[in-house]
Write a protein that binds this ligand. Structure first.
Ligand code: SF4
Ligand code: SF4
Ligand code: SF4
Length: 331
């Protein structure tokens, strides 16, 4: 009996030794894939019709569960926000009575000293490419008194990503396409990235695996040379995908066209390097101030707080030390 057991343990040791080279290859660091040009999104909100095809295409491709409709009473948007299982979200922003119409009512309002809005009243231009004025109450977003702003929100794939800075396990990386990706097999669900993201993008799946999830910029599709699912599904080209450098040039051109046609509030968000000291690889053309779209004007990175907080701690420690010396001497 003892002899048989001895033989069994010898054979299992020999087997282990045989498998050692295989195990060692698993531990070896793999060479990273060659770097590619940075890829991203230019989301032009002036073209968005709020169809939510992007939101659904994202869920379908990434096999994310449907979000239960939530009737907030404040908007027709029933999915409300980005989350662990909603990686694209189309915001409906309702603006009512933002300016008076430039019609026959205008002199009457002036006569009754009704304060005029800050926005300039649109003057129809005598040009073939001028955007015609539309009556209040229609869905066109440019010159109406009442309008809906549609905004398909997504991860900004920040060049200097706050979520990546805060992640203690190294689960969040920049891929070869310079997109921000969460490696699910490394994420431990601590949630540090969630509080670090200034845009409220990344979230923990509390109903599922407890880990952090967000848009991958369809990394699997990129590897196969395909467009991300949301950009593919968008019927108006509001979501444009491509090399960040090219997209930025297109965005500047589009902004110029809109401003030339009288849409003076149009502006780009995240297309320059100012935001988060490096810019966003998923940036936007907005028709109003960023805050209207729930986008912070000056988002911060966790590392921005390190110096002031450390200085505060050092000063507090010095003061405590001086006070203890003072009290110790008195005794
Ligand atoms: S938007 Fe938020 S989740 Fe996306 S890369 Fe930037 S910090 Fe990370
Ligand atoms: S790029 Fe892919 S994962 Fe990201 S929002 Fe679009 S469809 Fe979803
Ligand atoms: S971004 Fe495109 S697909 Fe998404 S809601 Fe707007 S128009 Fe529809």
């Amino acid at each position: 009996m003892l002899e048989q057991r001895g033989r069994e343990s010898v054979s299992s040791i020999t087997q282990g030794v045989k498998q050692l080279p295989q195990l060692l290859t698993l531990l070896q660091k793999q060479t990273p894939p060659p770097e590619q040009p940075a890829l991203g999104f230019f989301t032009d909100t002036s073209l968005c019709i709020g169809c939510k095809a992007c939101e659904i295409a994202c869920k379908q491709w990434n096999q994310l569960p449907a979000t239960e409709p939530d009737w907030s009473g404040t908007s027709y948007d029933n999915t409300q926000k980005l989350g662990a299982t909603t990686w694209r979200h189309v915001q409906f922003i309702e603006q009512i009575g933002r300016r008076v119409p430039a019609g026959p009512e205008l002199p009457m309002l002036q006569q009754h000293s009704v304060p005029l809005p800050e926005l300039p009243v649109y003057q129809p231009m005598d040009r073939a490419d001028a955007i015609p004025e539309t009556p209040p109450g229609t869905a066109l977003p440019f010159f109406n008194s009442d309008r809906w702003l549609m905004h398909s929100d997504v991860c900004k794939h920040c060049a200097n990503a706050p979520c990546q800075e805060a992640c203690p396990t190294g689960a969040i990386i920049h891929t070869e396409y310079d997109t921000v990706y969460v490696q699910q097999d490394i994420c431990n669900g601590c949630g540090y990235c969630v509080v670090a993201c200034p845009f409220g993008v990344i979230a923990r799946d509390t109903q599922g695996d407890g880990q952090a999830h967000k848009c991958t910029l369809c990394y699997d599709r990129l590897k196969d040379g395909m467009k991300p699912a949301c950009a593919k599904a968008c019927p108006t080209d509001s979501i444009q995908f491509g090399e960040v450098k090219t997209l930025k040039a297109q965005a500047q051109e589009r902004l110029g066209h809109l401003q030339q046609r009288g849409v003076s509030e149009a502006q780009l968000y995240g297309a320059d390097d100012k935001i988060l000291e490096g810019g966003l690889h998923s940036f936007f053309l907005l028709l109003d101030q960023p805050e209207v779209y729930n986008l912070p004007a000056n988002p911060a990175r966790p590392s921005n707080h390190v110096l002031p907080t450390s200085l505060g701690t050092i000063i507090a420690a010095l003061l405590m030390g001086l006070m203890s010396i003072f009290f110790f001497k008195q005794e």
